[in-house]
Design a protein around this ligand. Structure first.
Ligand code: PRX
Length: 650
């Protein structure tokens, strides 16, 4: 059905000025897969190397010994690539435009200023004893200091681990302990949509947990001036420590394969995984995709509305744009505050040419009707981008017509925390658009579809999405757990990287991501493991057993549907539902807030005791007609009860 939908052909005028038209895309793509060494050796020249690499690619996807190295004898510094090398040519050009939550607040940092502030912070890090190879945890609002902190880490060779500000103290503690960070950077409070979030209080709570005594210092940005507790000897004010520092700081010489950052993400099982990204390959991938996928042109204002706590913020607010000498807009607020016109108003205020946002944000605005955009013109827009979850064709068309005034190509970009940068997306001057399809692979990316046995499927078909060979931005490992890395990504299908996503390929070779095929759910573009939410719930005294599944949600893409079996001595009640909701919010964070809780006297299980999630997913989605074979269930009557008592979500 979907292929019959409208195709939006590349406009000739756009193609004429684009970095890549169809011919160029095809020839570069071909070269990138025929001769990866030659292709990437040439592309690597876009970075400033201290020692140019001669060894380009050493990558092994063997199930027993995954070993991924790019540019392994090259040396560079990522912060120097993002700052110093632009000083002579564009020192006075805005590097970061910061738009506050309050529309009255904004601030611009030129490359020269960003360089100076970053160096001061890097010097402060040194004074606090942070050394090359140490990890630093950031738990910060969307303020320029977050980007400075990332760049300052890179400058001295420290490894950052950014934890999204919406995570709970426990989630933060878990990540601080896993990364063994000696320094945590935060702010007194963050501000979003007019509301304050007590970041420093959360850090204080996190650091009472066992195992967090590795933390020597907490560096605190004064964002709101709100009331906070102070721990003498541990807490230090950002302004007091940083402002007096020298405005230059030598950039440490780093090997291309030295770690740049760790970023935690959820999987099907266990605790969140700290994906390890390294320096040279990651930066090259981020910069190159930022240029080609968004067709970024010098001097344009580019806005990625993600949070720096996610990989999208890392690659497309900070590293990609700054490596390209772009002007990147950083937004502290939300699209609905103070009104639903805010997104468009920010675009007009700062002359944004490229907007990169999420399907959830688009659907939330769309629900308010077309006139939600009446307060802005958005004439400056040239390219639109979407990321994080499948975009339904209706939302795509609305994004195109209402936000983009029917003149801007939309790049639907598929990628993951693990991939470091964009993997499948249309280059806007090269590929005709089909709403809902991420279209074609980026240079060097070899996607394939496999059946459950790992056989590669040809032609127009549907299967599990794998990538057959390495690309420079690929995560190298899971922090301190390479076995888990191999197990998670390379053991399902031999010799291939398994994405965890299902996908369809049409007769034009376009890829259509259909969503996760594992026990990961994607709520408003936030990735969560159902197992994490389940283990939080069973830690509550009333819960004997819990099963969590995703279900289709009009705005969020997927909602969180929870089946709970209570312990014998507990009775279902609305009060208990509220309590369990609060429990999960407190344990993991508000992003894991359950949408639906259904009481389940028992859960459908196979005779060997395995919960049949397929059935639970269908009931949650109200697809109870085609439940499939339930004869393998230990007690098929369980299903009847769940269907009869399904919670109607309206
Ligand atoms: O299921 C895919 C979905 O988001 C997952 C990756 O999540 P995360 O690591 O948090 O990174 C999100 C931002 C890159 C993928 O496995 N996903 C991401 N982009 C798309 C998408 N699904 C469909 N279309 C996309 N464009």
């Amino acid at each position: 059905m979907t292929e019959q939908q409208r195709v939006h052909p590349v406009s000739e005028a756009f193609a004429a000025n684009a970095w890549a038209d169809k011919e160029k895309y095809l020839s570069m793509y071909q070269q990138s897969v025929d001769d990866p060494e030659g292709f990437w050796a040439e592309q690597a020249k876009r970075l400033d190397w201290i020692t140019a690499p001669t060894k380009i690619k050493h990558t092994v996807f063997d199930t027993h010994s995954v070993d991924i190295r790019w540019f392994e004898d090259g040396e560079l510094n990522v912060s120097a690539n993002c700052l110093d090398r632009h000083l002579a040519s564009r020192g006075d050009q805005p590097a970061i435009i910061w738009e506050g939550d309050d529309p009255g607040e904004s601030k611009t940092y030129t490359y020269r200023e960003l360089h100076a502030r970053t160096c001061q912070l890097a010097n402060a890090f040194k004074e606090l004893g942070v050394k090359k190879g140490d990890t630093v945890t950031l738990y910060m609002p969307m303020i320029p200091e977050a980007a400075m902190a990332m760049l300052a880490c890179a400058r001295i060779g420290a490894i950052h681990s950014v934890v999204f500000g919406g995570f709970s103290p426990d989630a933060l503690a878990q990540r601080v302990i896993d990364a063994q960070s000696r320094l945590v950077i935060t702010a007194d409070e963050s501000v979003r949509g007019g509301k304050r979030v007590p970041l420093k209080d959360n850090v204080d709570a996190a650091l009472t947990r066992d195992g967090t005594d590795v933390v020597d210092n907490v560096l605190v940005v004064k964002r709101t001036g709100g009331d906070i507790d102070w721990h003498d000897g541990r807490d230090v004010w950002y302004h007091e420590t940083v402002d007096g520092q020298a405005e230059t700081c030598p950039a440490e010489t780093m090997n291309a394969e030295d770690p740049l950052f760790i970023l935690y993400t959820s999987g099907s099982t266990g605790t969140p995984k700290g994906l390890k990204h390294t320096s040279g390959g990651y930066l090259l991938h981020a910069a190159m995709t930022h240029q080609y996928v968004f067709d970024y042109k010098d001097g344009e204002v580019y806005w990625c509305s993600a949070d720096v706590g996610w990989v999208t913020g890392h690659s497309y607010i900070v590293y990609g744009p700054l490596a390209n000498g772009a002007t990147t807009l950083m937004f502290e607020g939300v699209p609905s505050y103070p009104s639903h016109g805010r997104l468009g108003e920010v675009i007009d205020k700062h002359n944004v040419a490229i907007l990169y946002t999420s399907p959830t944000a688009i659907r939330a605005l769309m629900a308010h009707g077309d006139d939600v955009m009446d307060s802005s013109k958005r004439d400056s827009l040239r390219v639109l981008g979407s990321v994080g979850e499948p975009i339904n064709p209706e939302a795509w068309e609305w994004f195109y017509r209402v936000i983009g005034n029917s003149k801007c190509p939309i790049v639907d970009t598929w990628w993951q925390t693990e991939t470091g940068g964009i993997m499948i997306a249309p280059l806007p001057g090269a590929i005709d658009l089909k709403p809902g399809s991420a279209t074609r692979p980026f240079f060097g990316v070899l996607p394939a579809l496999v059946d459950s046995e790992g056989n590669i499927l040809e032609g127009a078909t549907e299967g599990n999405l794998v990538i057959l060979d390495s690309w420079p931005g690929q995560a190298r490992s899971i922090w301190k757990n390479h076995d888990r890395f191999i197990q998670t990504y390379f053991s399902t299908y031999k010799g291939m990287y398994f994405t965890g996503d299902g996908c369809r390929r049409d007769e034009d070779g376009y890829y259509w991501i259909t969503g996760r095929v594992d026990d990961v759910i994607n709520v408003s573009g936030h990735r969560m493991g159902t197992a994490e939410i389940e283990s939080s719930l069973v830690a509550h005294e009333a819960v004997a057993e819990a099963a969590v599944v995703g279900y289709p949600h009009d705005i969020k893409g997927q909602g969180i549907y929870i089946y709970v079996t209570l312990g014998d001595e507990y009775e279902p009640s609305d009060a208990l539902k509220k309590e369990l909701t609060q429990w999960v919010r407190k344990d993991i964070g508000p992003i894991a807030s359950p949408d639906v809780i259904q009481w389940a006297p028992s859960l459908p299980k196979t005779r060997s005791g395995k919960i049949m999630r397929r059935i639970l997913r269908k009931i949650a989605a109200n697809e109870t007609e085609g439940l499939g074979d339930t004869s393998t269930l230990a007690d098929p009557s369980v299903v009847e009860d769940l269907i009869d008592n399904r919670v109607n979500r309206g």
